[in-house]
Ligand binder design. Structure first.
Ligand SMILES: NC(=O)c1ccc[n+]([C@@H]2O[C@H](COP(=O)([O-])OP(=O)(O)OC[C@H]3O[C@@H](n4cnc5c(N)ncnc54)[C@H](OP(=O)(O)O)[C@@H]3O)[C@@H](O)[C@H]2O)c1
Length: 318
């Protein structure tokens, strides 16, 4: 089968489009004929070798932690799934990924693909959708009537976080760059705080939260510096929560005021993913895809991401 692999860590030029053996599902696993995977920031970090501690992969490695596709074969002891089922999943990050014609996945992580959108576009959902869900509901225990500030809301996780928080009945304040303010508004944010101009990271650090009335929850999705992250504690009411996804800097806490900082590490959860695909099918959750790119061009997607020029959530069509 065709796959993209890297044989050594490095810049996007280490990614090769090549022929590899088709994997065989083991006990409890299924073989998926891949419709699409999607690009996530962590893919670039794994390829660059920055994640060898927390996410050790064997080389050569096939990237792509999201998958949408059709079950092509079942391993032993798989129940509840059948050949031909259309599924989505957030794959184990240490195994081979879905930038390939076929991938093997544990049966227990898969959810039915949404039926109301293209199977290809469904690859945009698993990792970032689960991240948004787990930030808001597993970690922050967000409930209706609470106030939540989503910092970096114009990105992929942010789009889902705004929609999900709004559906839960929360008051949603989003911070974005000028480039993505409309995206956060369309996702349903009650307030959008944005830079006046499309600007570089330095100016974006200047987003000012001091005028924001206290919130119960802050979800940080932006690669801001640790001092700015700590400053976000000031807008959280006593007893509130800061959930941080940019885990290379630990989430700060404010113990005297009972404000807890939580580092989020997304985990696969088939039940939560099935809930999210159900929301997509009921029209309660919109999947946004900025571009669809053929598998052979995955290296250029990694290069765009490294250059900071990705236009938004990118699905890789196999
Ligand atoms: N820990 C985990 O398990 C986990 C899981 C998933 C994701 N993540 C991390 O969570 C973050 C969000 O993921 P994503 O897929 O949504 O990424 P994304 O689509 O690239 O979104 C990142 C967001 O950060 C904003 N941003 C970038 N630089 C900024 C700055 N200097 N100041 C303010 N905002 C800035 C971007 O704004 P604009 O788009 O408006 O320019 C964008 O909204 C990423 O860092 C990702 O690596 C972690």
């Amino acid at each position: 089968m065709k796959a993209i692999r890297f044989h050594e860590y490095g810049d996007p030029t280490v990614l090769r489009h090549e022929d590899v053996d088709q994997p065989v599902p083991g006990t409890g696993q299924v073989l998926i004929r891949v419709a699409a995977t999607s690009f996530n920031g962590v893919d670039g970090n794994i390829r660059a070798g920055f994640m060898q501690g927390p996410i050790p992969v064997a080389l050569p490695h096939i990237p792509g932690i999201d998958v949408s596709g059709t079950i092509a074969a079942l391993g032993d002891e798989v129940t509840g799934l059948a050949v031909g089922d259309r599924v989505v999943g957030f794959l184990p990050m240490t195994g081979d990924g879905a930038a390939a014609e076929y991938v093997v996945a544990p049966a227990g992580i898969l959810a039915p693909a949404p039926t109301g959108i293209d199977l290809v576009d469904a690859a945009a959902l698993p990792t970032v959708g689960l991240t948004a869900w787990q930030a808001l509901f597993d970690h922050a225990k967000l409930t209706g009537g609470q106030r939540v500030l989503i910092n970096g809301a114009g990105g992929a996780v942010g789009g889902y976080a705004v929609q999900l928080a709004k559906s839960a009945g929360a008051h949603v304040i989003a911070t974005t760059s000028a480039r993505t303010a409309d995206r956060a508004k369309a996702a349903g944010a009650d307030e959008v705080i944005t830079d006046a101009q499309e600007s570089d990271a330095k100016e974006r650090e200047a987003i000012d939260h001091t005028g924001v009335d206290p919130v119960d929850v802050v979800v940080n999705l932006a690669p801001i510096d640790p001092a700015r992250l700590a400053a976000l504690l000031d807008v959280i009411r006593p007893g509130g929560v800061l959930v941080n996804t940019t885990v290379w800097m630990p989430a700060p806490s404010d113990e005297p005021r009972g404000v807890r900082g939580i580092d989020l590490f997304v985990r696969s959860d088939a039940g939560q993913l099935a809930h999210l695909t159900g929301l997509v099918d009921s029209g309660a959750l919109r999947v946004e895809v900025a571009q669809r790119v053929p598998l052979a061009e995955l290296p250029s997607v990694h290069a765009q991401a490294a250059a900071g020029t990705l236009p938004g959530k990118t699905v890789i069509v196999v």
